[in-house]
Design a protein around this ligand. Structure first.
Ligand SMILES: [Zn+2]
Length: 229
């Protein structure tokens, strides 16, 4: 699935899913670090799962110790813009200068050793020219293939099992699963993510799935391109 049709025109710059050849998936957590992140990291460590976190520059500035912990515990960090602004409200150069570079700088200040190479657009919104510009900067734009809408109605009864079931119903080899650990736009913590992950990981392992960071999907792609050429 490419959530915007035009993204299919960017096979080198856009990644919406990993290879379907292996029963592997990537869990991705957006908008953090937030108040749910420490407990989520403890759960991932217990479950021995490495994941990918798409962090905003503002959250990284507010919680640099958590960026450092995410990295130390073997996870991967991508750029999710500085302020979670909708890219459609910016011209290309303005957006790069105000949202992309400052977020990368905030992540590096907080402990990322190399400039981030993965970018996920806030709200999934991005224009073709912005994808081109990120590609020229060396970024891969990362989408998702499974969206259980964990951001919707976290206070509703049955929220946790509903999100878990939604992932299990849609999972496929090479899936990139969209989840959230950052505080929501009203500043509320997303504590439900911890129980979601505690239920989801064993259920996925029971189906024979292993867990990859998104960057591992990219290197697997590069290897298969080399093998095929
Ligand atoms: Zn987001």
């Amino acid at each position: 699935m490419d959530y915007h049709d035009f993204l299919a025109d960017y096979p080198r710059t856009y990644l919406g899913r990993g290879s379907p050849d292996a029963r592997r998936l990537a869990l991705t957590f957006d908008d953090g670090p937030g108040r749910a992140t420490p407990a989520l990291l403890s759960a991932l460590a217990e479950l021995q799962v490495a994941a990918t976190f798409f962090c905003t520059g503002e959250a990284a500035r507010a919680q640099p110790a958590l960026i450092e912990r995410i990295l130390r515990e073997g996870h991967e960090i991508g750029n999710h813009s500085l302020s979670h602004a909708d890219a459609r409200s910016f011209g290309i150069e303005d957006w790069i200068a105000r949202e992309i570079h400052p977020a990368a700088a905030a992540l590096c200040d907080a402990g990322l050793s190399d400039a981030p190479r993965l970018f996920r657009p806030a709200y999934g919104e991005i224009a073709p020219g912005q994808v081109d510009a990120l590609g020229r900067l060396g970024y891969t734009v990362v989408g998702w293939s499974v969206d259980p809408r964990d951001w919707l109605e976290p206070e509703a009864p049955g929220y946790v099992p509903c999100v878990v079931e939604s992932v299990l119903a849609r999972i496929h080899p090479g899936a990139i699963v969209l989840l959230h650990d950052g505080d929501d736009e009203h500043g509320r913590a997303r504590h439900g993510i911890v129980e979601i992950v505690r239920r989801l990981v064993p259920a996925l392992r029971e189906q024979g799935y292993g867990f990859a960071r998104v960057g591992e999907f990219l290197s697997a792609d590069a290897t298969s391109r080399r093998t095929n050429s």
